[in-house]
Ligand binder design. Structure first.
Ligand code: FCB
Length: 471
Protein backbone atom coordinates (compact mmCIF):
# COMPACT_ATOMS: atom_id res chain seq x y z
CA UNK A 1 0.00 0.00 0.00
CA UNK A 2 3.06 2.21 -0.12
CA UNK A 3 1.72 4.28 -2.91
CA UNK A 4 -2.01 4.02 -2.33
CA UNK A 5 -3.15 7.58 -2.93
CA UNK A 6 -5.34 7.61 0.15
CA UNK A 7 -2.29 7.50 2.43
CA UNK A 8 -1.10 10.95 3.49
CA UNK A 9 1.91 12.76 2.06
CA UNK A 10 4.14 9.76 1.96
CA UNK A 11 2.83 8.56 -1.29
CA UNK A 12 6.48 8.02 -2.12
CA UNK A 13 7.37 4.39 -2.17
CA UNK A 14 10.27 3.59 0.17
CA UNK A 15 12.60 3.05 -2.78
CA UNK A 16 11.95 6.51 -4.14
CA UNK A 17 11.95 8.38 -0.85
CA UNK A 18 15.16 6.76 0.36
CA UNK A 19 16.78 7.70 -2.91
CA UNK A 20 17.83 4.11 -3.48
CA UNK A 21 16.11 4.13 -6.85
CA UNK A 22 17.73 5.75 -9.85
CA UNK A 23 16.02 9.08 -10.41
CA UNK A 24 15.51 9.59 -14.11
CA UNK A 25 13.37 12.71 -13.59
CA UNK A 26 14.88 15.42 -11.40
CA UNK A 27 16.01 18.37 -13.54
CA UNK A 28 19.69 19.38 -13.52
CA UNK A 29 20.84 21.95 -10.99
CA UNK A 30 20.92 24.81 -13.52
CA UNK A 31 17.32 24.24 -14.67
CA UNK A 32 14.91 27.14 -14.25
CA UNK A 33 12.43 24.61 -12.88
CA UNK A 34 14.22 24.87 -9.56
CA UNK A 35 12.88 28.43 -9.25
CA UNK A 36 10.30 28.26 -6.52
CA UNK A 37 7.90 30.52 -8.39
CA UNK A 38 7.77 28.19 -11.40
CA UNK A 39 4.32 26.68 -10.87
CA UNK A 40 4.13 22.93 -11.29
CA UNK A 41 0.65 21.47 -11.28
CA UNK A 42 -1.75 19.05 -12.92
CA UNK A 43 -4.83 19.48 -15.08
CA UNK A 44 -8.20 17.82 -15.60
CA UNK A 45 -11.50 18.71 -17.27
CA UNK A 46 -15.07 18.37 -16.02
CA UNK A 47 -16.54 15.90 -18.51
CA UNK A 48 -13.43 13.74 -18.40
CA UNK A 49 -13.50 13.13 -14.63
CA UNK A 50 -16.73 14.19 -12.91
CA UNK A 51 -19.37 11.62 -13.90
CA UNK A 52 -22.71 12.30 -12.11
CA UNK A 53 -24.17 13.56 -15.35
CA UNK A 54 -27.78 13.45 -14.13
CA UNK A 55 -27.23 14.70 -10.63
CA UNK A 56 -28.23 17.87 -8.83
CA UNK A 57 -29.89 19.44 -11.83
CA UNK A 58 -27.07 19.03 -14.34
CA UNK A 59 -28.43 19.37 -17.88
CA UNK A 60 -27.30 17.21 -20.80
CA UNK A 61 -24.20 18.32 -22.68
CA UNK A 62 -23.18 17.67 -26.27
CA UNK A 63 -20.73 15.05 -24.98
CA UNK A 64 -23.47 13.05 -23.24
CA UNK A 65 -25.32 12.78 -26.51
CA UNK A 66 -22.28 12.23 -28.69
CA UNK A 67 -20.81 9.49 -26.52
CA UNK A 68 -24.19 7.76 -26.31
CA UNK A 69 -24.28 7.57 -30.12
CA UNK A 70 -23.02 4.15 -31.25
CA UNK A 71 -19.70 4.25 -33.07
CA UNK A 72 -18.56 7.65 -31.87
CA UNK A 73 -16.41 6.64 -28.90
CA UNK A 74 -14.11 3.63 -28.67
CA UNK A 75 -15.76 0.68 -26.90
CA UNK A 76 -18.93 2.75 -26.47
CA UNK A 77 -17.47 4.48 -23.40
CA UNK A 78 -19.20 7.57 -22.00
CA UNK A 79 -18.47 10.11 -19.26
CA UNK A 80 -21.53 9.05 -17.23
CA UNK A 81 -19.35 7.81 -14.34
CA UNK A 82 -15.79 8.65 -15.43
CA UNK A 83 -13.58 9.00 -12.30
CA UNK A 84 -16.65 9.68 -10.16
CA UNK A 85 -14.88 12.86 -9.13
CA UNK A 86 -18.18 14.60 -8.39
CA UNK A 87 -18.46 12.32 -5.35
CA UNK A 88 -14.77 11.73 -4.65
CA UNK A 89 -13.53 15.30 -5.04
CA UNK A 90 -12.33 15.61 -1.44
CA UNK A 91 -10.12 12.55 -1.63
CA UNK A 92 -8.90 13.67 -5.05
CA UNK A 93 -7.89 17.09 -3.73
CA UNK A 94 -6.18 15.42 -0.78
CA UNK A 95 -4.30 13.28 -3.28
CA UNK A 96 -3.31 16.35 -5.32
CA UNK A 97 -2.03 18.03 -2.17
CA UNK A 98 -0.27 14.89 -1.01
CA UNK A 99 1.64 14.84 -4.27
CA UNK A 100 2.93 18.29 -3.45
CA UNK A 101 1.49 19.72 -6.67
CA UNK A 102 1.20 23.49 -6.44
CA UNK A 103 -1.37 24.19 -9.10
CA UNK A 104 -4.59 22.60 -10.27
CA UNK A 105 -6.24 23.35 -13.57
CA UNK A 106 -9.88 22.25 -13.65
CA UNK A 107 -12.88 23.16 -15.74
CA UNK A 108 -16.46 24.05 -14.88
CA UNK A 109 -19.29 22.13 -16.53
CA UNK A 110 -21.54 24.82 -17.95
CA UNK A 111 -24.58 22.46 -17.95
CA UNK A 112 -24.08 21.88 -14.22
CA UNK A 113 -24.28 25.49 -13.11
CA UNK A 114 -26.90 27.20 -15.29
CA UNK A 115 -30.37 26.21 -16.39
CA UNK A 116 -31.72 26.67 -19.91
CA UNK A 117 -33.19 30.04 -18.98
CA UNK A 118 -29.79 31.27 -17.77
CA UNK A 119 -30.65 30.99 -14.08
CA UNK A 120 -28.01 29.67 -11.65
CA UNK A 121 -28.22 26.07 -10.49
CA UNK A 122 -27.20 26.44 -6.85
CA UNK A 123 -26.35 22.78 -6.27
CA UNK A 124 -23.96 22.70 -9.20
CA UNK A 125 -22.40 26.00 -8.19
CA UNK A 126 -21.91 24.79 -4.63
CA UNK A 127 -19.86 21.87 -5.90
CA UNK A 128 -17.32 24.21 -7.46
CA UNK A 129 -17.39 26.58 -4.49
CA UNK A 130 -16.52 23.76 -2.12
CA UNK A 131 -13.79 22.53 -4.43
CA UNK A 132 -12.21 25.95 -4.92
CA UNK A 133 -12.37 26.77 -1.24
CA UNK A 134 -10.64 23.52 -0.45
CA UNK A 135 -7.89 24.30 -2.96
CA UNK A 136 -7.44 27.67 -1.32
CA UNK A 137 -7.19 26.06 2.13
CA UNK A 138 -4.52 23.75 0.80
CA UNK A 139 -2.61 26.64 -0.78
CA UNK A 140 -3.02 25.22 -4.30
CA UNK A 141 -3.16 27.76 -7.13
CA UNK A 142 -6.37 27.33 -9.13
CA UNK A 143 -6.63 27.72 -12.89
CA UNK A 144 -10.27 27.48 -13.92
CA UNK A 145 -11.29 26.89 -17.52
CA UNK A 146 -14.83 28.00 -18.26
CA UNK A 147 -15.32 25.90 -21.36
CA UNK A 148 -13.61 22.55 -21.88
CA UNK A 149 -15.97 21.27 -24.58
CA UNK A 150 -19.13 20.31 -22.64
CA UNK A 151 -21.59 22.69 -24.26
CA UNK A 152 -25.15 22.48 -22.89
CA UNK A 153 -27.16 20.47 -25.41
CA UNK A 154 -29.97 23.04 -25.42
CA UNK A 155 -27.52 25.54 -26.94
CA UNK A 156 -26.40 23.03 -29.55
CA UNK A 157 -30.07 22.53 -30.40
CA UNK A 158 -30.06 26.19 -31.41
CA UNK A 159 -26.95 25.83 -33.58
CA UNK A 160 -24.22 25.63 -30.93
CA UNK A 161 -21.05 27.42 -31.99
CA UNK A 162 -22.47 27.96 -35.47
CA UNK A 163 -24.92 30.37 -33.90
CA UNK A 164 -23.41 33.75 -33.02
CA UNK A 165 -25.81 33.97 -30.10
CA UNK A 166 -23.86 31.21 -28.29
CA UNK A 167 -20.97 33.68 -27.84
CA UNK A 168 -23.32 36.02 -25.94
CA UNK A 169 -24.69 33.14 -23.87
CA UNK A 170 -21.08 32.30 -22.98
CA UNK A 171 -20.57 35.88 -21.82
CA UNK A 172 -23.67 35.52 -19.58
CA UNK A 173 -22.34 32.28 -18.17
CA UNK A 174 -18.95 33.92 -17.56
CA UNK A 175 -20.69 36.77 -15.78
CA UNK A 176 -22.50 34.40 -13.45
CA UNK A 177 -19.41 32.32 -12.71
CA UNK A 178 -17.11 35.24 -12.06
CA UNK A 179 -19.65 36.93 -9.76
CA UNK A 180 -20.22 33.72 -7.82
CA UNK A 181 -16.62 32.51 -7.66
CA UNK A 182 -14.68 35.79 -7.46
CA UNK A 183 -11.91 35.58 -4.92
CA UNK A 184 -11.55 31.79 -5.10
CA UNK A 185 -9.99 31.57 -8.57
CA UNK A 186 -6.37 32.54 -9.22
CA UNK A 187 -6.55 32.38 -13.00
CA UNK A 188 -9.47 32.13 -15.41
CA UNK A 189 -9.15 30.64 -18.88
CA UNK A 190 -12.11 31.34 -21.09
CA UNK A 191 -11.81 28.41 -23.51
CA UNK A 192 -9.82 25.23 -23.84
CA UNK A 193 -8.44 24.67 -27.35
CA UNK A 194 -10.99 26.47 -29.53
CA UNK A 195 -9.25 24.99 -32.57
CA UNK A 196 -10.23 21.47 -31.42
CA UNK A 197 -13.80 22.53 -30.59
CA UNK A 198 -14.14 24.00 -34.07
CA UNK A 199 -12.25 21.50 -36.22
CA UNK A 200 -12.95 18.23 -34.41
CA UNK A 201 -16.49 19.21 -33.41
CA UNK A 202 -17.72 20.96 -36.56
CA UNK A 203 -15.02 20.28 -39.20
CA UNK A 204 -14.39 16.52 -39.17
CA UNK A 205 -16.97 15.28 -36.68
CA UNK A 206 -14.56 13.27 -34.52
CA UNK A 207 -15.79 15.14 -31.44
CA UNK A 208 -19.17 16.40 -30.26
CA UNK A 209 -21.41 17.62 -31.76
CA UNK A 210 -20.10 15.51 -34.65
CA UNK A 211 -20.63 17.80 -37.65
CA UNK A 212 -18.28 17.69 -40.64
CA UNK A 213 -18.07 20.75 -42.85
CA UNK A 214 -15.05 23.06 -43.48
CA UNK A 215 -17.16 26.16 -43.53
CA UNK A 216 -18.78 25.18 -40.21
CA UNK A 217 -15.34 24.81 -38.64
CA UNK A 218 -14.23 28.34 -39.49
CA UNK A 219 -17.52 29.90 -38.44
CA UNK A 220 -17.48 27.97 -35.16
CA UNK A 221 -13.88 29.12 -34.63
CA UNK A 222 -14.86 32.75 -35.10
CA UNK A 223 -17.77 32.47 -32.69
CA UNK A 224 -15.60 30.72 -30.10
CA UNK A 225 -12.99 33.47 -30.33
CA UNK A 226 -15.73 36.07 -30.14
CA UNK A 227 -17.06 34.36 -27.00
CA UNK A 228 -13.58 34.58 -25.52
CA UNK A 229 -13.26 38.27 -26.40
CA UNK A 230 -16.65 39.09 -24.90
CA UNK A 231 -15.80 37.21 -21.71
CA UNK A 232 -12.47 38.87 -20.92
CA UNK A 233 -13.88 42.31 -19.93
CA UNK A 234 -16.62 40.55 -17.94
CA UNK A 235 -13.95 38.71 -15.94
CA UNK A 236 -12.00 41.94 -15.46
CA UNK A 237 -15.08 43.66 -14.10
CA UNK A 238 -16.19 40.91 -11.74
CA UNK A 239 -12.89 39.51 -10.51
CA UNK A 240 -10.16 42.11 -10.94
CA UNK A 241 -7.53 40.35 -8.84
CA UNK A 242 -7.39 37.16 -10.92
CA UNK A 243 -5.38 36.46 -14.09
CA UNK A 244 -7.34 36.17 -17.33
CA UNK A 245 -6.36 34.17 -20.39
CA UNK A 246 -7.20 31.43 -22.84
CA UNK A 247 -5.79 27.97 -23.57
CA UNK A 248 -4.64 27.15 -27.11
CA UNK A 249 -3.41 23.86 -28.52
CA UNK A 250 -0.40 24.37 -30.72
CA UNK A 251 1.24 22.03 -33.16
CA UNK A 252 4.72 21.79 -34.60
CA UNK A 253 4.80 21.18 -38.33
CA UNK A 254 8.05 20.17 -39.99
CA UNK A 255 8.77 19.75 -43.70
CA UNK A 256 9.41 16.34 -45.16
CA UNK A 257 12.12 17.72 -47.47
CA UNK A 258 14.02 20.88 -48.32
CA UNK A 259 11.88 21.50 -51.37
CA UNK A 260 10.19 24.89 -51.48
CA UNK A 261 6.80 23.17 -51.76
CA UNK A 262 7.33 21.09 -48.61
CA UNK A 263 8.72 24.06 -46.69
CA UNK A 264 5.63 26.01 -47.65
CA UNK A 265 3.47 23.05 -46.56
CA UNK A 266 5.06 23.10 -43.09
CA UNK A 267 4.53 26.84 -42.87
CA UNK A 268 0.89 26.40 -43.81
CA UNK A 269 0.45 23.65 -41.24
CA UNK A 270 1.55 26.06 -38.54
CA UNK A 271 -0.58 28.88 -39.92
CA UNK A 272 -3.57 26.58 -39.86
CA UNK A 273 -2.89 25.31 -36.34
CA UNK A 274 -1.21 28.19 -34.55
CA UNK A 275 -1.53 31.55 -36.33
CA UNK A 276 -5.24 30.85 -36.86
CA UNK A 277 -5.72 31.34 -33.15
CA UNK A 278 -2.74 33.42 -32.02
CA UNK A 279 -2.97 36.09 -34.76
CA UNK A 280 -6.54 37.14 -33.93
CA UNK A 281 -5.77 37.11 -30.20
CA UNK A 282 -2.48 38.99 -30.41
CA UNK A 283 -2.70 40.91 -33.70
CA UNK A 284 -6.44 41.38 -34.07
CA UNK A 285 -6.55 39.81 -37.56
CA UNK A 286 -6.83 36.38 -39.12
CA UNK A 287 -3.72 35.24 -41.01
CA UNK A 288 -3.91 36.20 -44.66
CA UNK A 289 -2.73 32.91 -46.17
CA UNK A 290 -5.48 31.01 -44.44
CA UNK A 291 -8.40 32.05 -46.58
CA UNK A 292 -6.32 32.61 -49.71
CA UNK A 293 -5.59 28.91 -49.54
CA UNK A 294 -8.99 27.69 -48.54
CA UNK A 295 -11.20 30.21 -50.31
CA UNK A 296 -14.86 30.13 -49.54
CA UNK A 297 -14.30 29.16 -45.92
CA UNK A 298 -14.05 32.71 -44.54
CA UNK A 299 -16.29 33.12 -41.52
CA UNK A 300 -18.77 35.94 -41.30
CA UNK A 301 -17.05 38.62 -39.22
CA UNK A 302 -18.99 41.68 -38.09
CA UNK A 303 -17.56 45.15 -37.53
CA UNK A 304 -15.78 45.34 -34.20
CA UNK A 305 -15.39 41.57 -33.74
CA UNK A 306 -11.64 41.56 -34.25
CA UNK A 307 -11.10 44.30 -31.65
CA UNK A 308 -13.27 42.33 -29.23
CA UNK A 309 -11.24 39.16 -29.83
CA UNK A 310 -7.92 40.96 -29.31
CA UNK A 311 -8.75 42.00 -25.72
CA UNK A 312 -5.43 42.10 -23.78
CA UNK A 313 -4.54 38.87 -21.97
CA UNK A 314 -2.74 38.36 -18.67
CA UNK A 315 -1.52 34.95 -19.74
CA UNK A 316 -1.59 32.55 -22.63
CA UNK A 317 -2.12 28.86 -21.90
CA UNK A 318 -0.32 26.52 -24.27
CA UNK A 319 -1.14 22.83 -24.73
CA UNK A 320 1.52 20.89 -26.58
CA UNK A 321 1.63 17.20 -27.43
CA UNK A 322 3.40 16.28 -30.69
CA UNK A 323 4.91 17.19 -34.03
CA UNK A 324 3.43 16.53 -37.46
CA UNK A 325 5.70 15.97 -40.43
CA UNK A 326 4.13 17.25 -43.63
CA UNK A 327 4.66 17.50 -47.37
CA UNK A 328 2.96 19.49 -50.06
CA UNK A 329 -0.27 17.86 -51.21
CA UNK A 330 0.56 18.77 -54.80
CA UNK A 331 -2.07 21.50 -54.82
CA UNK A 332 -1.84 24.27 -52.25
CA UNK A 333 -2.27 22.45 -48.98
CA UNK A 334 -0.34 19.88 -46.94
CA UNK A 335 -0.56 16.21 -46.14
CA UNK A 336 0.82 14.26 -43.19
CA UNK A 337 3.87 12.10 -43.83
CA UNK A 338 4.35 10.14 -40.59
CA UNK A 339 8.04 9.58 -39.88
CA UNK A 340 9.23 6.05 -39.37
CA UNK A 341 11.47 4.87 -36.56
CA UNK A 342 10.54 7.68 -34.20
CA UNK A 343 9.32 7.32 -30.63
CA UNK A 344 5.54 7.37 -30.28
CA UNK A 345 3.01 7.17 -27.45
CA UNK A 346 -0.09 4.99 -26.99
CA UNK A 347 -1.94 7.64 -29.04
CA UNK A 348 0.49 7.16 -31.91
CA UNK A 349 1.68 10.73 -31.36
CA UNK A 350 5.35 11.40 -32.02
CA UNK A 351 7.42 12.39 -28.97
CA UNK A 352 9.16 15.60 -30.01
CA UNK A 353 10.11 17.90 -27.12
CA UNK A 354 12.16 20.26 -29.32
CA UNK A 355 8.92 21.23 -31.04
CA UNK A 356 7.71 22.82 -27.83
CA UNK A 357 10.92 24.84 -27.43
CA UNK A 358 10.95 25.89 -31.08
CA UNK A 359 7.32 26.99 -31.07
CA UNK A 360 7.74 29.01 -27.89
CA UNK A 361 10.86 30.80 -29.12
CA UNK A 362 9.16 31.35 -32.51
CA UNK A 363 6.10 32.94 -30.89
CA UNK A 364 8.34 35.29 -28.95
CA UNK A 365 9.77 36.55 -32.26
CA UNK A 366 6.42 36.78 -34.02
CA UNK A 367 4.31 38.42 -31.32
CA UNK A 368 5.83 41.47 -29.66
CA UNK A 369 2.96 41.47 -27.13
CA UNK A 370 3.21 37.76 -26.23
CA UNK A 371 1.79 37.49 -22.69
CA UNK A 372 3.37 35.36 -19.96
CA UNK A 373 2.88 31.69 -20.80
CA UNK A 374 1.73 28.72 -18.81
CA UNK A 375 2.02 25.27 -20.33
CA UNK A 376 -1.53 24.31 -19.43
CA UNK A 377 -1.24 20.74 -20.77
CA UNK A 378 1.55 18.39 -21.68
CA UNK A 379 1.75 14.66 -21.13
CA UNK A 380 1.29 11.31 -22.79
CA UNK A 381 -0.85 8.18 -22.84
CA UNK A 382 0.55 4.76 -22.10
CA UNK A 383 -1.02 1.39 -21.48
CA UNK A 384 -0.24 1.48 -17.76
CA UNK A 385 -0.86 -1.50 -15.51
CA UNK A 386 -0.79 -1.81 -11.73
CA UNK A 387 1.66 -4.55 -10.80
CA UNK A 388 2.18 -5.35 -7.11
CA UNK A 389 0.66 -2.01 -6.20
CA UNK A 390 2.94 0.00 -8.49
CA UNK A 391 2.75 1.50 -11.95
CA UNK A 392 6.09 1.82 -13.63
CA UNK A 393 5.42 4.38 -16.35
CA UNK A 394 8.98 4.64 -17.60
CA UNK A 395 8.17 6.30 -20.92
CA UNK A 396 6.13 9.04 -19.22
CA UNK A 397 8.97 9.83 -16.80
CA UNK A 398 11.32 10.32 -19.71
CA UNK A 399 8.69 12.24 -21.69
CA UNK A 400 8.08 14.67 -18.84
CA UNK A 401 11.76 15.17 -18.17
CA UNK A 402 12.48 15.97 -21.82
CA UNK A 403 9.55 18.33 -22.22
CA UNK A 404 10.42 20.17 -19.03
CA UNK A 405 13.96 20.50 -20.37
CA UNK A 406 12.50 22.02 -23.55
CA UNK A 407 10.58 24.51 -21.41
CA UNK A 408 13.78 25.36 -19.55
CA UNK A 409 15.55 25.97 -22.86
CA UNK A 410 12.75 28.30 -23.98
CA UNK A 411 12.99 30.21 -20.70
CA UNK A 412 16.73 30.55 -21.13
CA UNK A 413 16.10 31.86 -24.65
CA UNK A 414 13.99 34.63 -23.11
CA UNK A 415 10.43 33.27 -23.22
CA UNK A 416 8.42 34.12 -20.11
CA UNK A 417 7.06 30.68 -19.12
CA UNK A 418 5.70 30.72 -15.59
CA UNK A 419 4.38 27.25 -15.03
CA UNK A 420 3.55 23.79 -16.32
CA UNK A 421 0.52 21.55 -15.77
CA UNK A 422 0.78 17.81 -16.35
CA UNK A 423 -2.00 16.32 -18.39
CA UNK A 424 -3.42 14.71 -16.47
CA UNK A 425 -3.74 14.36 -12.73
CA UNK A 426 -5.40 10.98 -13.24
CA UNK A 427 -6.44 8.63 -16.02
CA UNK A 428 -9.78 9.75 -17.41
CA UNK A 429 -12.28 9.77 -20.28
CA UNK A 430 -10.09 10.56 -23.28
CA UNK A 431 -12.89 11.83 -25.56
CA UNK A 432 -13.29 9.66 -28.69
CA UNK A 433 -10.80 7.14 -27.25
CA UNK A 434 -12.78 6.56 -24.06
CA UNK A 435 -10.95 4.97 -21.13
CA UNK A 436 -8.43 2.99 -23.11
CA UNK A 437 -5.84 5.76 -23.32
CA UNK A 438 -4.30 6.52 -19.94
CA UNK A 439 -2.86 10.02 -19.59
CA UNK A 440 -2.79 10.24 -15.78
CA UNK A 441 0.14 10.45 -13.41
CA UNK A 442 -2.27 8.61 -11.13
CA UNK A 443 -3.80 5.35 -12.31
CA UNK A 444 -7.56 4.85 -12.03
CA UNK A 445 -9.08 1.39 -11.79
CA UNK A 446 -12.51 2.12 -13.25
CA UNK A 447 -14.15 -0.95 -11.73
CA UNK A 448 -13.28 0.07 -8.15
CA UNK A 449 -12.33 3.76 -8.60
CA UNK A 450 -9.11 3.02 -6.75
CA UNK A 451 -6.38 5.56 -7.43
CA UNK A 452 -2.76 4.40 -7.57
CA UNK A 453 0.05 6.91 -7.82
CA UNK A 454 2.29 6.10 -10.79
CA UNK A 455 6.07 6.24 -10.60
CA UNK A 456 6.08 9.46 -12.65
CA UNK A 457 4.00 11.25 -10.02
CA UNK A 458 6.25 9.95 -7.27
CA UNK A 459 9.28 11.43 -8.97
CA UNK A 460 7.56 14.77 -9.54
CA UNK A 461 6.69 14.77 -5.84
CA UNK A 462 10.24 13.94 -4.89
CA UNK A 463 11.49 16.88 -6.96
CA UNK A 464 8.92 19.25 -5.49
CA UNK A 465 9.87 18.21 -1.97
CA UNK A 466 13.52 18.80 -2.71
CA UNK A 467 12.77 22.16 -4.27
CA UNK A 468 10.67 23.18 -1.29
CA UNK A 469 13.44 22.19 1.11
CA UNK A 470 16.03 24.30 -0.73
CA UNK A 471 17.01 27.55 0.91
C1 FCB B 1 -6.24 17.91 -25.23
C2 FCB B 1 -7.47 18.14 -24.39
C3 FCB B 1 -7.48 17.35 -23.11
C4 FCB B 1 -6.94 15.95 -23.30
C5 FCB B 1 -5.62 15.97 -24.02
C6 FCB B 1 -4.99 14.62 -24.22
O1 FCB B 1 -6.48 18.23 -26.55
O2 FCB B 1 -7.56 19.51 -24.04
O3 FCB B 1 -8.79 17.37 -22.61
O4 FCB B 1 -7.87 15.14 -23.87
O5 FCB B 1 -5.77 16.59 -25.25
Amino acid sequence: MANDASAAFDTLSPAVSKGSLADPFTPPADSSLWRKNFLLGAATASYQIEGAVDEDGRLPSIWDNFSATPGKVLAGDTGAVACDHYHRWEADIDMLASLGLEGYRLSIAWPRVMDAAGRPNRKGLDFYKRLLNRLKEKGITSFVTLYHWDLPQHLEDRGGWLNRDTAYRFADYTDLMSRELAGTVDAWATLNEPWCSAYLGYGNGHHAPGLANDRFATQAMHHLLLAHGLAIPVLRGNDPASQKGIVANIGRGTANSDSAADQRAAHLFEVQHNAWILDPLLKGAYPQDLFELWPGTEPLVLDGDMQTIAAPLDFLGINYYFRTNVASDGAHGFRDVPLEGVERTQMGWEVHPDGLRDLLTGFKKTYHNLPPIYITENGMASDDKVIDGHVDDTQRISFLKRHLAAVDQAIKAGVDVRGYFLWSLMDNFEWAFGYERRFGVVHVDYSTQKRTVKRSAELVTKFLKERKAKV
